[in-house]
Write a protein that binds this ligand. Structure first.
Ligand code: ACO
Ligand code: KIV
Length: 557
């Protein structure tokens, strides 16, 4: 690494726009979306899509609600050309969807592009040539006038061929490619020349697309550039101003959002941001960001898993597990304090009945993307009591009292620390069963009978059958209720010094499947807590089992 980067790299000069308006604008409606998955995305793949993958992607994009889809660069390859023909000839293009085709500003390529769209009801022909200072010098070896001439020649031919094809409603799009590295006055001049040739009207607008072909500056600079063009382009009302951000600095989404605030009407991008180098801007990300601000994105990502599957299949590239909105892990909290806050957030929402989403660490309801809550909390060595308790409650209906959560979470932590691995909900339940419900010890509860104490009618006499080292034994005790009576029986038989400090119970399941779960917190002679849990269809049996569990655990400790 060169530690004197200033000798090798030059900072991007700020744009002179002191009265910029975009920073205080708010995005309150969806832009026109154009998917470039089948073109910019496809041209960046290790293995470009064949016909079957292209068709699957196209159909999926239509299902998601895209009304403009760049379907290829038909003059570049036979595969692209044939795919465009297939879509048109096989009636694959819904009436409200426009296909878009890209071409360089070269005569033979433009002619071939028009050949490809013959018979389409409507299509966007997208013409581009690079205008940046760098490309003018190193790629084209042309001055400003020479580069403008490439655009003019191409635009004239596009106009002529569109006029010769009246059966197709041709919309024209021009991109000064590498716009962000082009002087603004010059980019505007070239676009204005193209506009003079294409003669847009308010009813038949053209698209001027301003690509960050390579993202070379911070997102605010792109916004300044877009606002400058928005203000200075002639006949702005006859132009659909379009963005095409790439993501070299990792700020493509921010650039697109700022660009919309700066006056753009349209965004070109791809699903999950596949595209050249670090990718095109991720349309899912921008759209779902809007959604979380209460703005309808007019794209339907309510089955995000299907979008991920399709994109992974077509691109033959994985979607990263941390990818915004779509990644496998983006709705999962492993860490204890996050789990605790999420659990409390769900409980608060349930209680308040307020439809406004307000869960800490979850900026969006996973259900809105077709995700369930199964993966919201996963447990490993970074997790705390909240997460463990959440899983037992959600998956097994076990509502651990708070102090028991603390105790059990230490048991779980012991296991995760030892293995270093994640624990599934089923494994946590198994640990819970072994630790409490089937706590190992000398005594096994078998059954009980209660009767009214013949000496005091407000007291209960209880006879409990237990198994001790394989032998059944009857214990007798008297108390204010079955718990008290059983404690008294155990104390007499085993000389125990334990007191019941807290007792709770609840049911899980419904109707004939309902089961009672009882939790007892006992204190030993030193005041240390020890918990026991019992589960049974009969609530009294559950509570006596809970006591047995606590006694066994106290002896084992
Ligand atoms: C930023 C972007 O993503 S733009 C889209 C890029 N996508 C692609 O390139 C994928 C498809 N492209 C291809 O398959 C090929 O490039 C083709 C078939 C279109 C053309 O192939 P070739 O004729 O071999 O030319 P190649 O792509 O190497 O083009 C370079 C030539 O075109 C010129 N050129 C490049 N872009 C343009 C343009 N937009 N308009 C006019 N001329 C251009 C170059 O100056 C160069 O000219 P030279 O040969 O006189 O030096
Ligand atoms: C053709 C243009 C719009 C392009 O793909 C880019 O500049 O990235």
């Amino acid at each position: 690494m060169d530690f004197k980067p200033g000798e090798k790299y030059k900072a991007f000069e700020p744009i002179n726009l002191p009265d910029r308006q975009w920073p205080s604008k708010v995005i309150d409606k969806a832009p026109i979306w154009c998917s470039v998955d089948l073109r910019d995305g496809n041209q960046a793949l290790i293995e470009p899509m064949g016909h079957e993958r292209k068709l699957r992607m196209f159909r999926h994009l239509v299902e998601l609600g895209f009304k403009e889809i760049e379907v290829g660069f038909p003059s570049a390859s036979q595969t692209d050309f044939d795919f465009v023909r297939f879509l048109i000839e096989e009636g694959e293009i819904p009436d409200d969807v426009k296909i878009q085709v890209l071409t360089q500003s070269r005569e033979e390529l433009i002619r071939r592009t028009f050949e490809s769209i013959k018979g389409a009801k409507q299509a966007i022909v997208h013409l581009y040539n690079s205008t940046s200072t760098l490309q003018r010098r190193v790629v084209f070896d042309l001055d400003r006038a020479g580069i403008k001439q490439i655009a003019i020649e191409g635009a004239k031919l596009v106009r002529q061929l569109a006029d010769e094809m009246p059966e197709t409603l041709v919309q024209m799009e021009y991109s000064p490619e590498s716009f962000t590295q082009t002087e603004l006055d010059y980019a505007c001049e070239v676009c204005a020349e193209v506009m003079k040739i294409w003669k847009p009207t308010v009813d038949n607008k053209i698209i001027i697309n301003l690509p960050a072909t390579v993202e070379v500056a911070s997102a605010n600079i792109y916004a300044d550039q877009i606002e400058w063009m928005h203000r200075n382009l002639p006949d702005r009302d006859k132009v659909i101003l379009s963005l095409h951000p790439h993501n070299d600095r990792g700020t493509g989404v921010a650039a697109a959002e700022f660009g919309i605030m700066a006056g753009a009407d349209r965004v070109e991008g791809t699903l999950f941001g596949n595209g050249e180098r670090t990718g095109n801007v991720d349309v899912v990300n921008i759209a779902m960001n809007m959604y979380t601000q209460g703005v309808n994105p007019e794209l339907d990502f309510s089955d995000i898993n299907e979008v991920v599957r399709t994109v992974e299949y077509c691109n033959q590239l994985p979607v990263h597990p941390r990818h915004p909105y779509g990644g496998d892990l983006v709705f999962t909290a492993f860490s204890g304090s996050h789990q605790d806050a999420i659990k409390k957030g769900f409980a608060a929402m349930k209680k308040s009945n307020d439809p406004l989403w307000a869960i800490p660490y979850l900026p969006i309801d996973p259900a809105d993307l077709g995700r369930n809550y199964d993966a919201v909390i996963r447990v490993n060595s970074q997790s705390g009591k909240g997460g463990v308790a959440y899983l037992l409650e959600e998956d097994y209906g076990i509502e651990l009292p708070r102090l028991l959560q603390v105790e059990f979470s230490k048991v779980v932590q012991g296991v995760t620390d030892q293995t270093g691995k994640e624990l599934s909900s089923a494994s946590i339940y198994e640990i819970f069963e072994n630790e409490y419900l089937n706590a190992k010890g000398d005594i096994e509860f078998v059954n009980h009978q209660t009767t009214v104490d013949p000496h005091a009618s407000e007291r209960r006499k209880l006879i409990a059958t237990i198994r001790e080292k394989g032998q059944e034994r009857k214990l007798e005790g008297v108390g204010t209720g079955p718990i008290d009576a059983y404690m008294s029986a155990l104390k007499q038989a085993y000389n125990l010094d334990l007191k019941v400090n807290d007792y709770r119970e609840h049911t899980t399941g419904f109707g004939s499947d309902a089961v009672a779960v009882a939790y007892v917190e006992m204190r030993d002679d030193k005041g240390e807590p020890v918990f026991g849990v019992g589960r049974h269809a009969n609530i009294v049996t559950a509570s006596l089992k809970a006591i047995t569990s606590a006694v066994n655990r106290s002896k084992g400790h």
